[in-house]
Ligand binder design. Structure first.
Ligand code: MTE
Length: 368
């Protein structure tokens, strides 16, 4: 295995935010052009270099609280029933830029709203492999280890994370070798990754080489320390990193405007506002509304697709009347359980900049 940061084949308009490690996302308006994001536009979130794995040497180890530890080749993995799941992947740091606008968040990537994409993932069910390994009932968490190496403050370690065993056994949780019908590309985890629909992207470990059934969550840095949600008044100096904060799992209801863009200048009249909405994985999205008058009145959006999948986003369009008094356009979603989003970004600000699902507010200028 060698590491590389060679430019992957991405769309010419793909926006690289960092090159080492490689991170980037499509321009916002591209997100709503296609329900299934083309692979060359799918966002990239890496913490280390992209490992180059020889498929002939590849082995997946399944160990820990199992009766029959396994070492499986790619061919052996393909003997399990092939399944496909359409699912949206969203980074926990999506929309961090809006939190940075309130107060600085050092050493974290300033993602706009495009650290999110949707694919049809092809592979096998994680539960089939866990059952083949005879996982023990004492196992409460399933931990994943990737082979990439991450550098932090002169320390080098691998990327990993875990999910509760209940989620690992759900039919949507996959070991994936295909994305939109093609083999995974190196940057998205070739030859094998986890995809945990409905969970923050960090749990969908790429370049997967080990699955461990265990009593406790993963002790990997990215589970134990990073990707934890702290309260708005917590500071890096005040928290007990080991014990405070919530290890992030499920996504929260979110709605984001992809078009027009922040700070756009618009002509008065009726405009089209387009975006995406993502549910919490348990409830369907009931409605998306937009407002051009600070929330005094709302226009209901129409969904551009009929999909009712819990794991995939919904794309939407609203018609909105704006005039020279309009300074912001706001979007919010409500799900079938009546859940809505927090109104203000301040309420959910946290020093790591995770989980921003406040009402999305765009600044606009309306000129005749
Ligand atoms: N897996 C490994 N091995 N290394 C990583 O850096 N990043 C995680 C996850 N899996 C990561 C990883 C994060 S934070 C996200 S959001 C998703 O991969 C992004 O997947 P993508 O690059 O295919 O979009």
């Amino acid at each position: 295995m060698t590491g590389s940061n060679q430019q992957p084949e991405k769309h010419p308009d793909f926006v690289f935010l960092t090159h080492e490690p490689m991170n980037g996302s499509p321009p916002m308006p591209f997100l709503v052009q296609e329900f299934i994001t083309p692979v060359d536009l799918f966002f990239i979130r890496n913490h280390g270099t992209v490992p180059q794995i020889n498929p002939d040497d590849f082995r997946l180890t399944i160990d820990g609280l199992v009766n029959k530890p396994l070492e499986l080749t790619l061919d052996a993995l393909r003997q399990f029933p092939h399944v496909e799941v359409m699912a949206t992947l969203q980074c926990a740091g999506n929309r961090r830029q809006e939190l940075i606008d309130i107060a600085p968040i050092p050493d974290e990537i300033a993602w706009g709203g495009a650290a999110i994409s949707t694919a049809v993932w092809g592979g096998i069910r994680l539960r089939d492999v866990l059952i083949a390994a005879g996982f023990d009932r004492k196992a409460r968490h399933i931990a994943f280890s990737g082979v990439d190496e991450v550098e932090r403050k002169e320390d080098t370690f691998g990327f990993g994370g875990s999910i509760p065993v209940e989620k690992a056994l759900m039919p949507e949780t996959l070991l994936v070798y295909e994305m939109n019908g093609e083999p995974l590309t190196p940057v998205h985890g070739y030859p094998l990754r986890v995809v945990v629909p409905g969970y923050i992207g960090a749990r969908s470990v790429k370049w997967l080489t080990r699955i461990t059934a265990q009593a406790e969550p993963s002790s990997n840095y990215f589970q134990r320390i990073a990707y934890k949600l702290f309260s708005p008044n917590a500071t890096p100096e005040s928290v007990d990193w080991e014990h405070d904060g919530i290890m992030m799992g499920e996504n929260s209801l979110n709605a984001v405007i992809c078009y027009p863009g922040d700070n756009d200048t618009l002509a008065p009249g009726e405009i089209s506002v387009m975006g995406y909405a993502l549910g919490d994985g348990y409830n369907q999205i009931e409605k998306v509304e937009v407002s051009g008058d600070s929330g005094r009145s709302w226009s209901r959006a129409t969904f551009l697709t009929d999909n009712q999948d819990l794991w995939a986003w919904r794309l939407w369009e609203a018609r909105l009347q704006i005039d020279i008094t309009t300074t912001h356009i706001i979007a919010r979603a409500t799900d079938t359980a009546g859940n809505s989003q927090p109104r203000d970004t301040q309420e959910i600000w946290n020093f790591k900049g995770y989980g921003n699902n406040a009402w999305h507010r765009l600044k606009v200028q309306v000129r005749i």
